[in-house]
Design a protein around this ligand. Structure first.
Ligand SMILES: [Zn+2]
Ligand SMILES: [Zn+2]
Length: 303
């Protein structure tokens, strides 16, 4: 059966003089094509992920490919049965990915590390003197990452510069291979590393998603799933025999890819929780959340 919808993941670093005007035009285009998803526009470019019918996604790609400022996007396309976003959101921000470098900010059009194609990446990964550096958030690499990668414990991308400055000694003098989901964060992050004085830096072209789709490497060396920011929550990467799950139920530790949100509303943290544990302890990230929630509920009903 062929899937009637597609999910597109894309970005383009460029120079947009007037992101507000660009965003307004872009909104009209997306509405016309009944696309849903999240798009961020900034003077430094465009970052987005949308779902729509196959036909409309093709029209959307064509429209951007024809635009001289946007031409050359490396589209990541996944077939899907329907929309994977509830609505369309287009926002104008200071950056397409939030690294918050402030005064030190730069456009990756001017500064970024060399790109490695999937096959080059697989070879480079095998050398002794390299470190693999995950540029994603902790809740993302928790469910999957390249084997042996350094996994910075940061809740958000903007915390990564501080982490790097605190962990300089682990990276100094090494060849650094950095990667993220679709490549956009690494364009900026690898430029940041160069600015910090690391001179042997490379980035995975097109990110994990492209690496998983490449017919030659087929995701080799990647463990677990790849977190994605839509209703699918994760997609598989490694199509080889070495594929395995790395994520575990937070409570009992069995291999699991089952996401739930903590039932205590003020927490609402996204957690990995197996079916058995949910049945046993309820949908909570820990005992504290459970206790507070049960207490607040009993206070409401006055017992
Ligand atoms: Zn469990
Ligand atoms: Zn909680």
């Amino acid at each position: 059966m062929t899937a009637p919808y597609e999910v597109l993941l894309f970005y383009k670093y460029a120079r947009l003089d007037d992101p507000d005007v660009f965003a307004a035009d872009h909104r009209r285009l997306c509405q016309q094509l009944e696309l849903r998803g999240r798009i961020v526009v900034a003077t430094e470019g465009l970052n987005g992920t949308v779902s729509g019918t196959k036909e409309n996604c093709a029209k959307y790609r064509e429209a951007l490919d024809k635009d001289p400022i946007m031409a050359g996007i490396a589209w990541k396309i996944d077939p899907e049965e329907g929309h994977v976003f509830p609505k369309l959101s287009i926002k104008v921000r200071n950056e397409v990915v939030t690294l918050e470098l402030g005064e030190e900010d730069f456009n990756p059009v001017d500064l970024t590390a060399s790109h490695l194609k999937p096959l080059e990446w697989r070879e480079a990964m095998k050398a002794d003197d390299v470190v693999l550096l995950d540029a994603r958030n902790d809740y993302e690499w928790e469910i999957g990452h390249f084997e042996g990668a350094i996994l910075p414990k940061v809740p958000s991308f903007k915390d990564l510069p501080k982490w790097i400055r605190d962990h300089r000694s682990e990276l100094e003098g090494k060849k650094i291979l950095t990667y993220c989901t679709g490549g956009i964060r690494c364009e900026k992050f690898s430029g940041f590393l160069l600015n910090e004085g690391f001179d042997n830096v490379f980035q995975l072209d097109g990110g994990i998603v492209t690496y998983g789709k490449d017919e030659e490497v087929r995701g080799e060396g990647y463990e677990g799933e790849c977190y994605v920011f839509d209703e699918r929550l994760s997609v598989s990467v490694n199509q080889t025999e070495g594929a395995k799950l790395v994520s575990k139920c937070r409570s009992c530790g069995v291999p699991s890819i089952r996401y739930r949100n903590c039932a205590w509303m003020p927490c609402n943290a996204q957690i990995l929780l197996c079916e058995d544990c949910e049945e046993r302890i309820g949908r909570y990230c820990d005992c504290r959340c459970k206790e507070v929630d049960l207490m607040s509920r009993s206070a409401v009903i006055g017992i």
